[in-house]
Design a protein around this ligand. Structure first.
Ligand code: SF4
Length: 346
């Protein structure tokens, strides 16, 4: 049975060559041909002996997921991709002044059940493999004709709930012989699993790390994010300080602005107090309202007041530009909509 080539780390491919009595150094050349030169047929690698080309072809599939829906709004394009087993995942391409960003999914559904999140309504059905994460990048590049320069693992799923596959994927996409994406061009976003945050800090060449915080105290966080019950803020903050100390990196704190829920003046001051001493930037995110959830987007006035208060407290703060509301960019929105439609009658 074939396995996906996109899940092969370079050391694994070298083993494949060594097991056949071939020079493992050829694996790097295969990687280069496939990833750098866009070769999509092992038969075309004529500098390899024919039996080896055949073995590669028999062993590995170069198939990509099929694009089953696409929504564009100029600045972003959202793709719904059909995986080999019929499940569908979303990937969002965002065109910014400073690069082409792709937001990837790491699981089919998500078990973290954040109250404001469309994906949280769609229970996890399974983890994505490293191959399926990589194939999202290639499928979107092929469908859009655009080269992805930055990656954010902020789509459907919790990357650290699928830790080993996420790390394999990062090893493959950053391999110098392959796509060679710099770790500083990648941001992994987690809802806050302290053990995995510590393990991630110990990896060579760490990526940027974003934390979905969304509340300045345990009581509110536990209402919005059930994970807060397992890991209170004190425990999470301890792991974040460790991460910042051992990697020397500044963290990104994600804070979705929910009208009259987490956007009050007192909450801004509480947040500044909570994060004092942590090297971080707070990113305030406008909420994308969805028909299924009762939350509303904070008004401009409340958002700006919250922003100003954090600034006055000496915090580094950014306001995420609203992108992709038309492209149904709130994570899980396109998937929920397409999959809830009745199948087409033939
Ligand atoms: S916000 Fe992220 S972690 Fe929370 S339910 Fe949605 S996808 Fe899962």
């Amino acid at each position: 049975m074939q396995i996906s080539f996109w899940g092969q780390t370079l050391p694994q491919l070298q083993q494949f060559f060594a097991a056949r009595g071939e020079n493992p150094a050829k694996a790097a050349l295969v990687y280069e041909s496939i990833y750098r030169r866009g070769q999509r047929d092992f038969a075309a690698l004529i500098w390899l002996k024919e039996p080896l080309r055949r073995a590669l072809d028999e062993h590995f599939s170069l198939a990509l997921p099929q694009v089953i829906a696409r929504v564009d709004d100029g600045e972003s394009s959202k793709f719904l991709l059909r995986l080999a087993d019929g499940h569908a995942v979303e990937a969002v391409l965002m065109r910014r002044r400073y690069g082409i960003f792709l937001c990837l999914s790491t699981q089919v559904g998500c078990n973290m059940a954040c109250a404001f999140c469309e994906s949280g309504r769609q229970k996890k059905q399974r983890d994505l493999t490293a191959a399926e994460m990589l194939a999202q990048v290639l499928a979107v590049e092929e469908a859009s004709g655009e080269k992805v320069t930055n990656l954010v693992l902020m789509g459907i799923g919790e990357p650290f709930d699928n830790y080993a596959n996420t790390c394999d994927f990062l090893d493959i996409i950053t391999a110098p012989e392959g796509l060679n994406l710099g770790p500083r061009h990648i941001t992994v976003s987690t809802c806050g699993l302290p053990q995995q945050i510590r393990a991630f800090a110990r990896r060579p060449r760490p990526t940027n790390l974003a934390i979905s915080l969304h509340a300045p105290n345990d009581a509110l966080r536990q209402q919005l994010m059930p994970i807060g019950r397992a890991y209170p803020l004190a425990q999470l903050l301890e792991a974040l300080h460790e991460y910042a100390d051992s990697t020397g990196q500044k963290l990104l704190i994600e804070y979705v602005m929910l009208q009259e829920v987490n956007d009050g003046a007192e909450q801004a001051l509480e947040l500044a107090q909570l994060l004092r001493g942590l090297p971080c930037t707070v990113n305030l995110i406008p909420y994308n309202e969805t028909a299924h959830l009762q939350f509303s987007r904070s008004s401009k006035e409340r958002t700006m007041h919250f922003y100003d208060l954090l600034k006055q407290q000496g915090m580094s703060v950014t306001l995420r530009k609203e992108l992709g509301a038309e492209a149904k960019a709130a994570c899980g929105q396109l998937r929920a909509e397409i999959l809830s439609q009745p199948p087409e009658q033939s």
